[in-house]
Write a protein that binds this ligand. Structure first.
Ligand code: HSE
Length: 376
């Protein structure tokens, strides 16, 4: 039975991962070793063994695989030392720290199983979960990339608060509540003036700026949006936007970062990443320039049959409102793709809209699946 070290299992992504591993019977196949960065000796979530110290390299080295959702700082602290001491187990990581390293593969097996298999055969031991937006997008429209149909793609994202972390979700809901409280009396009076309500909400939103009320996001999200996610790369591009092209191509084994597979030319991918007031589903409007004119029904068929989780939503109002929203998708592994249509620019221009739970396919699910692949 492989010994699998689990780190960061208490956090938001880690908790979703633990639930999925329990539901999928993963714990029947492994001997879990629960680590803690702050509570070594404390009680583990399963079994009788106390929590191990996540900085104790000897205990870490006793594991056949380590699966961490502890975050990038932890990876920076222990990964290099572990490898320097000769540990050659499988390192499975949700953090982005190692994602673009040459000796690491971004894992999303329904999309890049061939790359995973050849990397494994080539001796790869570092398996990193992709950016949530990229993984959810590829689960939805990976078929078009696999078929070589994408000349370029642009994506406009609508990203949920959970991408920032648990505290960000709390801040969003607190802002919503504060704004509602500010105008509750006026809302209760059907004859009150809407512009008076609007004025009071805006004044309260502006008062949130530069206060603890917007400390997590650094801007007001409740009743607004933030068109910048992650670091400013200094060239007009946000780090989240940069990841779109870099990671998609790496997942596909295109461009110079591929391992174990011949890398082809990278596909241009660019667009704007925007934080909106959803809880944990990232949504994206996609525009493709196809390499050739393919009939719409063929495209729909390819998308629908690509994997077990993608669901084609008919491009109609009622179906869209029922199935293509964060409220519909949250807590499920379903990746709906809808609004699929040819655009006014010409028959090679395709539009689509997709939604995914950024804690499931966006974070936890690819990690538990690569663990299963490695131990089976
Ligand atoms: N960077 C993503 C976001 C989450 O902020 O939504 C992690 O991939």
């Amino acid at each position: 039975t492989p010994r699998v070290g689990l780190i960061g299992w208490r956090g938001m992504v880690g908790s979703v991962l633990m639930d999925r591993m329990t539901d999928s019977g993963d714990f029947d196949l492994i001997e879990p070793v629960f680590f803690s960065t702050s509570n070594a000796g404390g009680k583990a979530p399963r079994g009788d063994a106390p929590l191990a110290d996540a900085y104790d390299l000897d205990t870490l080295k006793s594991c056949d695989a380590i699966l961490t959702c502890q975050g990038g700082d932890y990876t920076k602290k222990v990964f290099a030392d572990l490898r320097a001491q000769g540990w050659d187990g499988h390192w499975i990581d949700a953090a982005s720290t190692l994602r673009m390293e040459k000796d690491a593969l971004i894992v999303l097996d329904p999309v890049n199983r061939p790359q995973i298999d050849s990397a494994l055969a080539a001796g790869n031991r570092n398996w990193i979960g992709g950016n949530c937006t990229v993984s959810c997008m590829m689960m939805g429209v990976g078929a078009l990339f696999k078929a070589g149909l994408v000349e370029w793609m642009t994506t406009q994202t609508y990203q949920a608060a959970s991408g920032g972390g648990a505290q960000h979700m709390r801040e969003l809901l607190t802002q919503y509540g504060t704004l509602n409280a500010e105008v509750r009396d006026l809302l209760d009076d059907p004859k009150s003036a809407i512009l008076e309500i609007d004025r009071k909400v805006l004044a309260r939103q502006r008062a949130m700026l530069d206060s603890d009320e917007s400390a997590q996001f650094g801007a007001v999200l409740g009743g607004s949006l933030i068109p910048w996610i992650d670091q400013d790369l200094g060239n007009g591009v946000s780090r989240e936007e940069w990841k779109g092209m870099a990671e998609t191509n790496k997942i596909l084994g295109l461009g110079e970062d591929a391992i174990g597979v011949p890398g082809g030319e990278a596909i241009p991918i660019d667009g704007f990443c925007v934080r909106i007031g959803a809880m944990r589903c990232h949504s994206q409007a996609l525009t493709f320039k196809l390499t050739r004119d393919v009939p719409l029904d063929e495209i729909e068929g390819m998308i629908a049959s690509d994997n077990d989780w993608v669901k084609l939503v008919p491009n109609e109002k009622q179906a869209t409102m029922e199935a293509l929203t964060p409220v519909a998708v949250t807590g499920t592994l379903t990746i709906p793709v809808g609004r699929v249509r040819k655009l006014a620019m010409g028959p090679e221009y395709l539009g689509a809209f997709t939604v995914g739970d950024q804690l499931l396919w966006g974070a936890a699910e690819p990690l538990r699946r690569i663990l299963r692949i490695l131990i089976e």
